[in-house]
Design a binder for this molecule. Structure first.
Ligand SMILES: [Zn+2]
Length: 89
C-alpha cells in the first residue's frame, strides 16, 4: 500500500515513501507482488459484502489487484505447498 485512489477520477496519489513496500519484501525475503492503494470504494465494497473487483473491474485498483493475483493463481500445487511451508516456518 503506497497510494490513495481518488474516488472521483481513479488517479492514484502516492502518499507514502516510494519503495518502502519493495524494501520490506526484500528484507523479509518474500516476493514483492504489488501495491494496492487505499481506495474508499474498496472499503465500501467490503463493508457491504460485495466483491470489489467484480463490481469495479475497470478501476485502477482492480487492475493492480489482477496483476497481483495473476502470479499467485499461476502457482501449481507444488509451489503452493512450498509457500505454505515457508509461511508457517
Ligand atoms: Zn481525482
Amino acid at each position: 500500500m503506497n497510494g490513495f485512489a481518488c474516488p472521483r477520477c481513479g488517479d492514484i496519489t502516492f502518499v507514502f515513501c516510494a519503495g518502502g513496500e519493495r524494501r520490506m519484501a526484500s528484507e523479509m525475503k518474500v516476493p514483492f507482488l504489488g501495491s494496492i492503494p487505499i481506495d474508499p470504494q474498496f472499503a465500501e465494497a467490503c463493508d457491504k459484502g460485495r466483491a470489489y473487483v467484480y463490481h469495479n473491474s475497470l478501476s485502477s485498483t482492480s487492475r493492480i489487484m489482477a496483476d497481483i493475483i495473476q502470479p499467485i493463481a499461476a502457482l501449481d500445487a507444488a509451489d503452493s505447498e512450498l509457500m505454505n511451508k515457508s509461511l508457517s516456518a
